[in-house]
Write a protein that binds this ligand. Structure first.
Ligand code: BT5
Length: 309
């Protein structure tokens, strides 16, 4: 399903959610009464329950989870986002997002979810698998900042679960990975498309092979809803992206406040090279500062392991 900014279905949906007669809804959304009636039938097919009363008209009683229309409304509030794609299944939302612009892509499951460096992201039904594809005129060197910003957005969206960020891109709940972020970059310097993919375990079951290091939110909150987690992530992304890059200093301070990595003994590996020591800070570029007997080193990206865990 594809929903564009200003789509009349969104207007109808918002009116039906509030409740009103077919005539009122048609007028407010600028469509015919037949269009409203057809849309209500479509909502029914999608799993929404709409009460139809001869006198009072239509009213939304319950929504499926995930709820595509609530999610489209949340996604289209992100600055720069013009369209929302909702799939039941896709190979990878990042792969799809590279082919579109200024869009949010969501899928209920992925057949080839991707992690970094060609790794796999387990993407069974029940998770949030989303990608944000934005044309941004920023230099390539700024991409790590967008990754950090996205990690912060996810972490803040999951703050009630005590989420923390493990540098550079993992979000942890109870010390286990609940979310991963994959940023990709298409195009040229200053005229690029940034694709940030976010995977969050919400109601999906984490495979047994990962249970010692991964967690799904339903394990700590039985009633968690995919739609709510997605919506909160979009809200946080909206706030942070509207503050970026002007307020990068403040974003970074907040990132540090929620960091799980600063203060820990770490081993960071990048293309075969290893840096071992204590993670003491994240600098203005988003690089991790590691101090060891050999001095102070800055690591721009890489794999981070805790050695005193
Ligand atoms: C990541 O990679 O953490 C980035 C994951 C990004 C996934 C999103 S989903 C939407 C979008 N579309 C895509 O195709 N991808 C993005 P990395 O740091 O390389 O971590 C991968 C490692 O995490 C794997 O090797 C496993 O050990 C572990 N892992 C795999 N699936 C997991 C899951 N569902 N939950 C927690 N850990 C997982």
């Amino acid at each position: 399903m594809k929903v564009e900014r200003g789509d009349r279905r969104l207007l109808m949906f918002q009116e039906i959610e509030k409740g009103g007669s077919g005539e009122e809804i048609a007028e407010k959304a600028g469509v015919s009464r037949t269009a409203v009636w057809k849309f209500v039938r479509r909502l029914d097919e999608l799993g929404y329950e709409v009460e139809v009363d001869r006198r009072r008209g239509y009213r939304l009683v319950s929504s499926p989870d995930p709820s595509p229309f609530h999610m489209a409304l949340a996604a289209l509030k992100i600055p720069g986002v013009e369209r929302y794609y909702h799939f039941e299944e896709v190979d990878s939302t990042n792969r799809f997002a590279k082919e579109v612009s200024n869009a949010v892509v969501f899928s209920e499951s992925q057949s080839s979810g991707r992690g970094r460096l060609g790794r796999r992201w387990e993407s069974g039904r029940g998770g949030v698998y989303m990608s944000l594809s934005l044309n941004m005129s920023i230099p390539v060197s700024e991409i790590p900042k967008v990754t950090l910003l996205t990690g912060l957005a996810v972490c803040k969206a999951l703050e009630e679960y005590g989420a923390r960020i493990k540098w550079p891109n993992d979000v942890l709940v109870g010390g286990k990975k609940v979310s991963g972020i994959l940023s990709e970059f298409v195009g040229e310097e200053m005229a690029a498309k940034v694709v940030v993919g976010i995977g969050v375990n919400v109601r999906n079951r984490v495979p047994d092979s990962l249970r010692d290091r991964a967690i799904s939110l339903h394990e700590v909150d039985e009633s968690v809803r995919i739609t709510d987690i997605f919506t909160r992530i979009c809200e946080q992304l909206s706030n942070l992206l509207s503050a970026f890059p002007q307020k990068w200093g403040e974003i970074l301070e907040e990132w540090k406040r929620l960091s799980d990595t600063i203060g820990r003994e770490v081993r960071v590996s990048l293309y075969g090279e290893e840096v071992v020591g204590k993670a003491v800070d994240v600098d203005a570029d988003g690089g991790l500062i590691v101090v060891s007997g050999e001095g102070r080193r800055k690591v721009i990206s890489g794999e981070c392991f805790y050695t005193n865990y």
